[in-house]
Design a protein around this ligand. Structure first.
Ligand code: FAD
Length: 316
């Protein structure tokens, strides 16, 4: 079932989770162990992130170095199919522009369609580790909106080959990313919101936000979206803080702020177990307030901490 249809049919706020594919060499069992305790909460859908290849330097026997391409977390599409098969739940694979030519994108979408996956979250992706700024593949998409238009075309039966017009139509429900604290490359919030609006006008069905720890920022973002005519559902993305090092890591990686009230509480903690307690309480407080405000879905980035998310959802 499509995410948008879950939202339309819902009488209350829904729950969804986001997981990472296992590290290469780990096997899928670790992911099932991660998901098992969360399935009791009947998530409406589960997102699976996409991780592009990286260039790494491998030392040869003679001491020289060789540049090799590795993918640490492959398998997004097949993991979605495996989760659907095991738990009978809808899945949302993340699809990025980075590292993909348009033909590979089309093949990936056709594969997803054959697997019975009707949802995608379309993203640009970040710059590769060896690049200073995002570089599309030759002939690939530069922005998420361009990838989105390719998905919309397939939904209209338009494939890349000229002679394939008005043929079999896919029915992907398309999600896009939004940033309550602005995307780090955007010169200002207004231009970022206008670019978000372009994604919605091109056919996005809903928005999922970057994580945030201050609900006021989400509410302001939602209000600003509505003010410029974005009417699609906006789903808040939520994550628990579980360690002291995240106080610096989260702002550095995701370009977000942690409110002083939260960071002060974390600084008082002696162990990461104490931080987890503070993070759980904070996430519960955020979730309750967002639910009360009528958000369509609470989307949890579970990232290795399923028990924390489970404790919060149980309390809700
Ligand atoms: P875009 O919408 O293309 O925006 C990128 C930047 O370009 C923004 O600053 C925007 O304002 C600007 N822009 C957009 N359109 C235009 C235009 N037409 N002209 C000029 N400027 C424009 N990354 C992964 O690699 N894998 C994942 O699985 C993944 N999952 C994510 C899930 C969520 C919910 C979120 C919020 C992010 C996720 N990311 C993931 C990270 C994401 O790929 C990065 O944040 C990336 O830098 C931007 O992606 P985007 O889709 O928002 O890009």
């Amino acid at each position: 079932m499509r995410v948008i249809d879950h939202i339309k049919a819902a009488k209350d706020t829904l729950i969804s989770f986001e997981v990472l594919p296992p590290l290469k060499g780990k096997g899928i069992g670790a992911l099932y162990n991660h998901l098992d305790p969360l399935m009791a909460f009947k998530p409406s859908f589960i997102n699976v992130t996409y991780h592009r290849s990286e260039h790494v330097f491998k030392k040869n026997a003679d001491g020289s170095f060789q540049k090799v391409v590795v993918r640490k977390r492959p398998g997004t599409e097949s993991i979605c199919a495996a989760i659907m098969n095991k738990y009978n739940v809808d899945t949302v694979p993340h699809l990025i522009c980075g590292g993909f030519g348009i033909n590979e994108t089309e093949d990936a979408l056709i594969n997803l369609h054959y697997l019975g996956i009707d949802n995608v979250l379309v993203l640009r992706g970040d710059a590769a580790k060896n690049e200073t700024a995002f570089e599309p593949e030759p002939g690939g998409h530069k922005y998420a909106v361009d990838l989105l238009k390719q998905v919309v075309n397939l939904n209209s039966g338009i494939y890349l080959e000229e002679e394939l017009r008005d043929t079999h139509r896919t029915k992907f429900c398309i999600g896009v990313a939004g940033y309550p604290e602005k995307h780090f490359e955007a010169p200002n919030m207004d231009s970022d919101l206008q670019n978000l609006k372009k994604k919605v006008e091109a056919g996005a069905d809903y928005i999922i936000t970057q994580m945030f720890f201050d609900n006021a920022k989400f509410f302001a973002f939602e209000k600003a979206c509505r003010a410029i005519g974005i009417t699609v559902p906006i789903i808040p993305g939520l994550k628990p803080v579980t360690s002291k090092k995240q106080l610096t890591m989260l702002p550095k990686t995701f370009f977000i702020d942690l409110p002083a009230e939260l960071s002060n509480e974390i600084l008082k903690c002696k162990t990461d177990e104490d931080v987890e307690k503070v993070g759980t309480k904070w996430l519960l407080m955020q979730s309750k307030e967002l639910k009360k405000s009528g958000v369509p879905v609470l989307h949890y980035y579970t990232l290795g901490r399923p028990h924390v998310v489970a404790n919060v959802v149980k309390e809700l």
